[in-house]
Design a protein around this ligand. Structure first.
Ligand SMILES: NC(=O)c1ccc[n+]([C@@H]2O[C@H](COP(=O)([O-])OP(=O)(O)OC[C@H]3O[C@@H](n4cnc5c(N)ncnc54)[C@H](OP(=O)(O)O)[C@@H]3O)[C@@H](O)[C@H]2O)c1
Length: 258
């Protein structure tokens, strides 16, 4: 029986590249996105694999619930939480509906889909969950000169990194793998769809990003970063995170007492 992968945001860019890779590797697919015409086209272009399309808006509770039911009912071997929107702008300018969409698509949907999928994977002793975050997850300490502004977007990516790391430890030794890939700038529709021209910026291809993400899982990297040559840079971040976490105590730190 073929293995089954569910990919969100499979209508373009990185998600489509994941779906193409899985199809080439013989997976059956459940592809998710809002644009049914693109989902249909993908299925028509891949007649050798079984492709089920789910047109769902992951910024809505109904859309999330509809996709989550596939995660519960189907024996997924692979879940890729990739769908995303950018909505780069200073927080005060970010319309409330866009803030809601961003958090729903990048935080609520992956959380609910992971929650729905992980129990079955644990029971079967097999399965992989891969989240797509971004290097911007690590950009919090950057100063004001770093543009464009994107506090909410950065926050959603940092959430995915911390959640993935914590869940990976939670399912350790269960046969389930959990990872998060952190792209830098990738050549997709992500920026052009909100009117940003990134064509002058060197960008990774979506195909290379997928290669890096899947190889990162094989290497045992819970957090992979296909554009970072020196992985020690990330290890140093995690070591520093744990040092700060372990450095706390119930006593008020002296610098706050004077
Ligand atoms: N490109 C980059 O430079 C870059 C860098 C770091 C991280 N990332 C991350 O990579 C992921 C994929 O982005 P991409 O670069 O491939 O961009 P993209 O080409 O714009 O693709 C975004 C995908 O997300 C889907 N999507 C957006 N809103 C959705 C919604 N409400 N419900 C369901 N699906 C939705 C879109 O499908 P429909 O429009 O059909 O719904 C589309 O398939 C994103 O999560 C992004 O945060 C990208």
């Amino acid at each position: 029986m073929s293995k089954l992968a569910l990919v969100t945001g499979a209508t373009s860019g990185i998600g489509k590249a994941f779906a193409e890779r899985f199809a080439a590797d013989g997976y059956d697919l459940i592809t998710v996105g809002r644009r049914q015409d693109r989902l249909d086209q993908f299925a028509a272009d891949h007649p050798d694999v079984k492709v089920r399309t789910v047109a769902a808006d992951l910024s809505t509770e109904e859309g999330i619930d509809a996709v989550a039911s596939y995660c519960v009912d189907e024996p997924l071997e692979m879940l890729v939480n990739n769908a995303g929107v950018s909505h780069y702008m200073p927080l005060a300018d970010l319309p409330a509906d866009k803030a809601r969409d961003l958090v729903n698509v990048k935080v609520l949907a992956p959380t609910q889909l992971m929650r729905a999928a992980v129990g079955g994977m644990q029971r079967r002793g097999s399965g992989t969950i891969l989240n797509v975050a971004g290097m911007i997850a690590f950009s919090g300490p950057a100063d004001k000169s770093v543009m464009p502004r994107r506090a909410a977007y950065a926050g959603t990516l940092a959430y995915l990194v911390a959640m993935t790391q914590t869940l990976a430890a939670e399912v350790e030794d269960s046969g389930v793998k959990v990872g998060v890939v952190c792209p830098g700038v990738v050549a997709t529709e992500f920026h052009s769809s909100q009117g940003l021209d990134m064509s002058a910026v060197p960008r990774m291809s979506a195909d290379d990003l997928v290669t890096g993400a899947l190889r990162g899982l094989e290497l045992g990297e819970t957090v992979s970063a296909p554009g970072v040559e020196d992985y020690q840079l990330l290890q140093d971040v995690f070591t520093a995170d744990l040092a700060a976490f372990g450095g706390q105590s119930p006593r008020l730190a002296t610098r706050y007492t004077t």
